[in-house]
Design a binder for this molecule. Structure first.
Ligand code: ATR
Length: 272
């Protein structure tokens, strides 16, 4: 019998998840169907339960429902708990399980695909929203020498850092970045979605070897353009993260991890 999965979000028309999971199913020979559901703002839990009750096996969750997905789950992973958000649900043994693969997907893209291990490196993350909450734990486990979170609202970053309680983690204001040196800079703000540049300047990129933009498919965002003009040798957007988090969810649901490279290549839009 064909097992059913779906991604739920609002809006959902631009989602790449059905394409990605369809390709994964093909290469791993898994009998599954994966669709997209436009969630209702006033009855997200009902949407999930109806899908589950129809015999479906799991869901991916995207904006704006990641928090609600986490809350309605009956069992939650540590990563999801720290993120207070879930991007993948599994329906099993009459229970709803919550995971969060966004951070591990990002880390895997950086370390495995881009071949930039974070161990011993000075890492700066811009932003302190949901994306950073998801990434914080996997990043700490990668053992960078410093992990600095910079945010306009410094209090928000401080709250996150206090929850993690790890001496490697630091909070910074944008003003206090002047003179600091980093190896890897990750833009996890939502600034690029509106074509904005976080309040940074080219001097930040002096020794940076990788500038990573979480948004994907937008070509050179203002952040990547600034990094490029500052001479950063490696630029990346979030397409690899998108495919890697999908592969993690697929493995969680199906017990087999698909190869990601061909799918990343297929979805990549050149950074120009
Ligand atoms: P997400 O789930 O994508 O992380 P979010 O939780 O709404 O989204 O968080 C958005 C993040 O982008 C926040 O860290 C926000 O900074 P503030 O908390 O200071 O508002 C950051 N952000 C959005 N636009 C920005 C901009 N133009 N410059 C810098 N940071 C920005």
């Amino acid at each position: 019998m064909t097992d059913r999965y779906a991604v739920i979000g609002r809006p959902i028309n631009h989602t790449k998840s059905p394409l990605i999971h369809g390709l994964f199913a093909e290469v791993t020979d898994q009998d599954l169907a994966y669709s997209a559901i436009e969630g209702s703002l006033d009855d997200f839990a009902g949407d999930v339960r109806r899908f589950r009750d129809s015999g479906a096996r799991g869901m991916n969750i995207t904006a704006p429902f990641k928090l609600q997905a986490f809350e309605l789950a009956e069992a939650r992973s540590e990563r999801a708990t720290l993120a207070k958000a879930s991007n993948a649900l599994k329906f099993e043994n009459g229970k709803i399980y919550a995971e969060n693969f966004d951070g591990i997907g990002l880390l895997r893209d950086i370390e495995h695909n881009l071949k930039q291990p974070l161990a011993g490196r000075r890492v700066l993350v811009l932003g302190a929203g949901g994306a950073v909450r998801g990434a914080a734990l996997p990043f700490l486990q990668a053992a960078p020498s410093r992990l600095v979170i910079v945010n306009r609202d410094v209090g928000k970053a401080q709250t996150l850092v206090a929850e993690l309680n790890n001496p490697l983690l630091e909070v910074c204001s944008y003003e206090a970045l002047a003179g600091q040196v980093f190896d890897v800079v990750i833009n996890a703000t939502s600034a690029s979605l509106t074509g904005e540049l976080p309040p940074i300047d080219a001097a930040l990129f002096g020794q940076v070897q990788l500038a990573y933009e979480l948004a994907y498919g937008k070509g050179l965002t203002p952040f990547l353009r600034l990094a490029q003009s500052a001479g950063v040798p490696l630029l990346a957007d979030g397409v690899g993260m998108l495919v890697e988090q999908a592969a993690e969810a697929f493995a969680w649901w199906r017990g087999v991890r698909p190869e990601t490279r061909p799918v990343i290549d297929r979805l990549t839009i050149p950074l120009v």
